[in-house]
Write a protein that binds this ligand. Structure first.
Ligand code: SF4
Ligand code: SF4
Length: 375
């Protein structure tokens, strides 16, 4: 039986010294010969899109800086990258997330995982394209953000691997896997295909997000910095601290099963109980799915259309066009000098537009029945 451990530190604000201490403590115990011998380290951040650090959507640049300093000090060659979602340029994303400056101050290589070639691998019938960079680095450090998610309930270390899929291929996969279960199966396949390459995982929950994550929720100071060699152990612990049950996050139970990890065997610090977040708000889409689980199947089918959600463009729209370009089924019309309009009949509710809108201008509207049940 595998007994992975999860490390947790209380850090209330982004302070480089505290982060460097935590990184040293977490990584100090890494005994893997592969890691020790590896010359090149990839730091895989969460750069979902062009969001400033205070929006709590992307991994904070000071967390990355602490890691860069640690690995350079160990004499490693550091590569730092991601494949952002949507159509905003990589340089704009890097600049807005506060990462561009790091490459000026440290001798590192920035890698766009969206344009560096890929391998197409298969797991249980799912074909997945994965950035070739993963095979060019001896050690891979996965650095996620601690957030709720409107499609997968929770996003931590495993969901962060989705950025290993190049550029707009991610959008194609959203089209092919529009609902939570299909998308979770894809995440499971991705995890199964890359898990042997991932050396260590961090979750930046110093400033995290609840509500309509992963980008339109509420930034919240959780004051938590977490790490583990085991992705499912880390995600299980982090999701539980937010109040999720294992059944709320389908890809999580699949990953635990794949590794043969029983939740009761995961080792967490004794301080774990004090760090629980008792008032984290989950996305209303996920709340709706949870409440539907208790409705008998036949009634669920009958009420499916009446009990629903759909995205609409609100008055906050700045007409940047990102949602239009990012919609995998081209369900958003956009006339010159007006806000885009979502064609409800064609929308597959993948929530990509909601996720990638930089101005929180896509609202999720409940049907009257859903309003009644979830008020
Ligand atoms: S809804 Fe958001 S992403 Fe779409 S055009 Fe408006 S501001 Fe841009
Ligand atoms: S309109 Fe938004 S939610 Fe609907 S299919 Fe397009 S991107 Fe997905």
């Amino acid at each position: 039986m595998i007994n992975p451990s999860v490390q947790i530190r209380k850090i209330d604000s982004y302070d480089l010294n505290s982060l460097e201490e935590a990184v040293k403590e977490f990584l100090g115990g890494l005994k893997s010969q592969k890691f020790i011998r590896s010359k090149r380290v990839l730091i895989k951040t969460n750069a979902l899109g062009a969001f400033a650090p205070e929006r709590a959507v992307t991994t904070h640049p000071l967390v990355i800086e602490a890691l860069i300093r640690y690995f350079l000090d160990k004499g490693k060659e550091v590569w730092f990258g991601d494949s952002p979602g949507g159509t905003v340029s990589f340089d704009t994303v890097w600049q807005t997330c506060g990462y561009a400056d790091l490459a000026k101050r440290y001798p590192i290589k920035v890698v766009n995982l969206g344009t560096s070639g890929f391998r197409e691998l298969s797991y249980q019938g799912k074909q997945v394209k994965i950035s070739e960079i993963l095979w060019k680095c001896g050690a891979v450090i996965n650095v996620a953000k601690y957030k709720t998610h409107s499609l997968t309930a929770f996003t931590g270390a495993q969901k962060n691997l989705y950025g290993l899929i190049p550029g707009m291929v991610k959008t194609d996969y959203h089209r092919e896997n529009p609902n939570t279960n299909d998308f979770s199966e894809l995440l499971t396949a991705l995890y199964a295909l890359v898990r042997s390459r991932i050396t260590y995982n961090f979750i930046d929950g110093i400033l995290g997000m609840d509500g309509a994550g992963p980008s339109a929720g509420n930034p919240r100071v959780f004051g938590l910095f977490m790490g583990s060699t085991s992705i499912p152990a880390l995600d299980y612990t982090a999701a539980k601290m937010m109040g999720f049950k294992i059944s709320d996050v389908p890809y999580l139970s699949a990953a635990l099963h794949l590794e043969g990890i029983l939740p009761s065997h995961i080792k967490v610090p004794t301080s774990f109980q004090h760090y629980r977040i008792h008032d984290a708000k989950i996305s209303q889409v996920i709340r709706s799915q949870k409440s539907m689980k208790y409705v008998p199947g036949i009634v669920r089918i009958a009420f499916k259309k009446l009990y629903s959600f759909h995205p609409i463009v609100s008055e906050r729209c700045k007409r940047c066009g990102i949602c239009v370009q990012s919609c995998p089924v081209k369900a958003i019309d956009w006339e010159k000098d007006s806000n885009p309009v979502i064609r409800k009949r064609d929308c597959i509710k993948c929530m990509c537009c909601h996720e990638l809108c930089p101005h929180q201008a896509i609202n999720i509207i409940k049907s009257p029945l859903a309003r009644l049940v979830l008020q």
